[in-house]
Design a protein around this ligand. Sequence first.
Ligand SMILES: Cc1cc2nc3c(=O)[nH]c(=O)nc-3n(C[C@H](O)[C@H](O)[C@H](O)COP(=O)(O)OP(=O)(O)OC[C@H]3O[C@@H](n4cnc5c(N)ncnc54)[C@H](O)[C@@H]3O)c2cc1C
Length: 479
Amino acid sequence: MVKKVVSDYLVIGAGAMGMAFTDVLITETDATVTIVDKHFAPGGHWNDAYPFVRLHQPSSFYGVNSRALGKNTKDTTGPNAGLYELASKTELVTYFNRVMNEQFLPSGRVCYLPNSEYIADGLIRDITSGVKTRVENQKTVDATYMNVTVPAVTAPSYEIEQGVQCIPPNELPNLTNAPDGYVVIGGGKTAIDACLWLLNNNVNQEKILWIRPRDQWILDRAYIQPGPEFADRILLRQVETFEIAAASTSLNQMFNQLVTQGILLQLDAAIQPTMFRCCTVTAQELDQLRQIRNVIHGHRVERIELDNLILNNSIQSTSPGTIYIDCTSNGLARRPVRPIFEGNHLTLQTVRTCQQVFSAAFIAHVDAAYENEDTKNELCTVVPHPDDTLDWVRTTIENTLNTIKWNSDPELKTWLSLARLDGFSGLSGESSRTPEQSQLLQRLFDTAPSAIEKLSAYFNENRNVAEKTPDYCSTIIDT
Ligand SMILES: Cc1cc2nc3c(=O)[nH]c(=O)nc-3n(C[C@H](O)[C@H](O)[C@H](O)COP(=O)(O)OP(=O)(O)OC[C@H]3O[C@@H](n4cnc5c(N)ncnc54)[C@H](O)[C@@H]3O)c2cc1C
């Protein structure tokens, strides 16, 4: 027997994006929604995250638009002291459960099918019972396309000899004895979190070997903060970024200047990063990470044996008592761009770099407020996840162009200024601006065209010609 559910929308995935989309939809329309997810609880990959994970950005602009996450307070102790709180795994999972159970379900307009897999054509299978449900709906929203993977549910791509202790970061707090040493594998944010966890638990840096196939450009979290207290500092940073880009003489010179100014951070001054994935740290965390001296740069792990660590062109001897922490899964895969709106099918993607929940909420608002599909896709130009250095250039251009476009639409400008998930539009209200902020904004508007022109030239010169990406030089900037 196949059960039947009728609703206006079918949202596949109750991760942060599916939840943020559904929230705006039921707030701004009368639509009914069926939301299906393989996980037994909402929140997506946060259910699988390592226990010591924290958001990399303040809680104040994460979650769903209609409900605050956390208390909007600043940390007073620890490496994030003076900056806005970062939700833990427990807080995130609890938050999404409360959104579902205290808002969505009591609205009477949401049907939630947890522990259930979407197969195709509206057909869903309950994973435990095998019972099938068919959803008859008008629109289908794919909130799985970004394909987030985390180490706990992803096998490493390298070989591991039997007996080697290779664990995801989730298992670090379960260790009962100190091993001979730790090898952290990966150069991304998860590896950073694992290294910080080890150091904060008094592991001597000499006991840590860090394999970083690629070093990454890092952002200072002190400049990713909400509210008026930080507004001038953040605005000034945007101005400086554009002025550096506009005045630059080459791509390398520009990156050197961004580093000198502290706009981009790197772990090791001698190693030019090749990866950019929106990773954030505080100054204190950066100092801690720099204490780790045993770093192997630019090599990938091919096989781990009991006594040897085999890299792509070297062999490192180790001991059987070493613990390997796999941090290599790709949480931010750069997926091929699809139109977000295709008839009755929506594919949720980012329209602002690494701002998944903002993007999902924004797309829901555009879907609710606009009729024409071309207009909707034009407003929701996808900004695919960054991966390499050139992606810093690309995403800076794409974010700017989207922001300009949105601010030229009075309705959207108002929506953005009221959106909790928009951590960056706080200065759009002219009446609340200080004279200093008005001056900074003027500097920003004055520099934006030449900065975007220069960045576009760098992008077009350096991008892989095989990639079908737009030619930004042809884009007209109107500030
Ligand atoms: C360590 C870490 C820290 C992060 N910190 C931040 C941060 O500070 N700020 C930020 O903006 N982002 C952060 N992110 C990015 C984060 O991934 C996104 O914010 C967001 O959680 C992604 O949600 P999602 O809904 O796209 O994906 P997911 O959480 O993966 O949700 C997708 C859901 O779809 C379900 N699904 C897939 N296929 C099917 C199917 N066939 N049938 C039914 N269900 C299906 C899955 O079970 C899953 O629950 C971080 C990521 C990581 C890994």
